[in-house]
Design a protein around this ligand. Structure first.
Ligand code: F6P
Length: 361
């Protein structure tokens, strides 16, 4: 008799749109193609694997979830020592407990869906002897080796919509609005939403900003009868002065600042520089919520099917990716070794500059 293939699904790190579509893609495709398969859903990301807290999934669990936001399995973040270990709150390695659950269930493979941090910890799990296939998910789109991640396009849609709505109120009151979008390290979301919504200024972590230059553009707009201005600002945007601070000095600055986030500091300074009333809008986790857009549903399904292919072909230690429109897979160590920052000479940056959008430099 044909041996049963045993697979566990894990969604880890910050959630995003399309996780359920990906779970469905892997599950339905494995059942469809293998028939003889046992699929376990680990609860709350790596916690389920560490504590042996899981659900034995039935075919019906993969139905009716394509359009649902979040993850039916739950998720959590795990402490990670770069390149060395995954640890609990006391600093003890949790990899042995993961291995125990893996061996007890006699698993063939873990399918791990996650962002940058998750890809790095998945590499450690793979190094510890567990078979792993990963899928790239994050609204930040900052995973190395894939042109895009699922969740990203849905977040771009939401962030664009937020700025669209801000336009009318900004215009009515002749105000400057600073809209803070997610992205601690990379500006993909802010750049795309900023261009898509017609923002006047786009500030991203990769290009340190000078507010004097931003104020100049706003004054110029006023001279041409534009009474309001919209600044799309990534949460990780940094000024030309602050970028020179070392880690300790920037931590101290953040702790002592009277501004809860960078956009409040920017708004404060712009109001002083321009004399124009300025407001802040922070959509926050709203950007990660709700149903995936059609593009993400399709991409997550494609990724899920590709993960099932890798499992069937016993190609482990790989991350599914999309490159130039083709679904491919790359070695996990490549994906885990770098962050995909927005190159400052990226064609989309050129588009923004040629449209007269200020990037703050
Ligand atoms: O990595 C995804 C992300 O949404 C980032 O854009 C953001 O900085 C971070 O997660 C927020 O994390 P948390 O959900 O833990 O507040």
């Amino acid at each position: 008799m044909k041996r049963t293939t045993k697979v566990a699904l894990i969604t880890s790190g910050g959630d995003c749109q399309g996780l359920n579509a990906a779970i469905r893609g892997v599950g339905k495709s494995l059942i469809q193609r293998l028939g003889n398969v046992e699929i376990y859903g680990m609860y709350d990301g790596y916690r389920g694997l560490i504590e042996g807290d899981y659900k034995f999934m039935q075919p019906k669990d993969f139905s009716g979830i394509l359009t649902e936001g979040g993850t039916i399995l739950g998720t959590s973040r795990q402490n990670y020592i770069p390149g060395r270990d995954i640890v609990d709150a006391e600093g003890n390695s949790v990899i042995p407990s993961m291995l125990q659950t893996y061996n007890r269930l006699n698993l063939d493979c873990l399918v791990i869906m996650g962002g940058n941090g998750t890809q790095k910890s998945a590499k450690l799990i793979s190094d510890a002897g567990m078979n792993v296939v990963t899928l790239p998910k994050t609204i930040d789109n900052d995973i190395w080796g894939t042109d895009t991640t699922f969740g990203f396009q849905s977040a771009v849609d939401i962030a664009t919509n937020v700025i669209d709505y801000i336009h009318s109120t900004a215009s009515s009151h002749s105000r400057i609005f600073v809209v803070e979008l997610m992205g601690r390290d990379a500006g993909w979301l802010t750049l795309n939403a900023g261009i898509g919504s017609g923002a006047d200024v786009i500030l991203i972590p990769e290009i340190p900003y000078d507010l004097e230059k931003v104020a100049e553009l706003i004054e110029e707009r006023k001279k041409h009868g534009r009474s309001f201005s919209i600044v799309a600002c990534a949460e990780g945007a940094v000024s030309v002065d602050d970028v020179k601070l070392d880690e300790e000095a920037s931590r101290r600055k953040r702790e002592n600042s009277r501004h809860s986030t960078v956009s409040y500091e920017i708004a404060d300074k712009l109001e002083k520089l321009t004399g124009q009333e300025t407001r802040v809008t922070v959509p926050g986790h709203y950007q990660r919520g709700g149903p995936p857009c059609p593009y993400d549903r399709v991409l997550a399904t494609q990724f899920g099917v590709a993960a099932a292919d890798l499992i069937i072909n016993r190609q482990y230690g790989r991350m599914v990716a999309i490159q130039g429109g083709e679904i491919v897979s790359i070695p996990l160590e490549d994906a885990a070794s770098k962050t995909k920052f927005l190159p400052v000479d990226h064609p989309m940056i050129q588009v923004a500059r040629r449209m007269g959008i200020s990037l703050g430099d």
